[in-house]
Write a protein that binds this ligand. Structure first.
Ligand code: PXP
Length: 241
């Protein structure tokens, strides 16, 4: 059974937009696990645009399921990850000017830095390290030499596909990549842009899916799903009925 890990970054995005203390991604993690999530994901970015060190420390304390710490190879963030001791560290590329993670790691070109970062994380006692990669054969081929245990397949291009034919092409690429990773002895995770509409087709087509990481769609759904009750409560306060 595929495990569902919920990414709480965008609860922090909303909090930080008003430089407030709420909504709290830590509280969101409690709700997510209560609702049946198998774990929680967060990305501590170098620019701290959403999750910050306070969140990391509290998430470490309160998350009962699997904790996935997404990070770049930035030495300061790697140090915080090692000290946090999550169950899983997922290495992702990071550019300050991007709105969200835009693609997988270039494992071939970045092999040396990625390998030494994986070694640091493993030496610190983190039991599982994953690399976020595009579904590209040559990239996957390069993963075992880095010492990583798992890959997270980048599903963003599939999620953004504009036509059924394009969607099908991306699904086939993802399915081939998942099979290849499995043959290489790597655990298969996936994420980015997965939502309530595109997930069923994806799960049907792609084999060996141990884990998916989903954030934005769930946070957006929570906002819209909660809007009715939120307005009714405020209306009661303002108008008395
Ligand atoms: N996996 C990785 C590596 C990511 O960077 C993200 C986005 O933060 C996700 C999964 C989750 O993507 P989304 O928020 O679109 O569900």
């Amino acid at each position: 059974m595929t495990r569902l890990l919920i990414n709480v970054d965008h609860v922090a995005t909303l909090r930080n937009a008003r430089r407030e203390s709420f909504p709290d991604p830590v509280a969101a993690a409690v709700f997510a696990e209560k609702a049946g999530a198998d774990g929680i994901v967060f990305h501590l970015r170098e620019d701290r645009r959403h999750i910050n060190e306070r969140d990391v420390a509290l998430l470490k304390q309160i998350v009962r399921g699997k904790l996935d710490f997404e990070l770049s190879t930035d030495p300061d963030v790697v140090r915080i990850c090692c000290a946090t001791q999550p169950h899983l560290a997922t290495l992702v590329p990071e550019r300050r000017e991007e709105v969200t993670t835009e693609g997988g790691l270039d494992v071939q070109r970045g092999q040396e830095l990625i390998t030494s970062t994986v070694a640091r994380l493993r030496d610190a006692g983190i039991p599982e390290v994953a690399l976020f990669v595009d579904p590209v054969e040559a990239q996957l081929e390069a993963v075992p030499d880095t010492g990583a245990d798992a890959i997270e397949l980048h599903t963003g291009d599939y999620a953004k596909a504009g036509t059924p034919a394009e969607r099908q092409r991306h699904l086939e690429r993802l399915a081939r990549a998942a099979s290849q990773a499995h043959r290489l002895g790597l655990t298969v995770h996936a994420g980015h842009g997965l939502d309530y509409h595109n997930y069923p087709l994806f799960a049907e087509a792609v084999p060996h899916l141990a884990e998916v990481s989903i954030g934005f769609a769930v946070v957006a759904h929570a906002v819209m799903g909660g809007m009715d009750e939120a307005v009714r409560t405020m209306r009661y306060l303002v108008k008395g009925y």
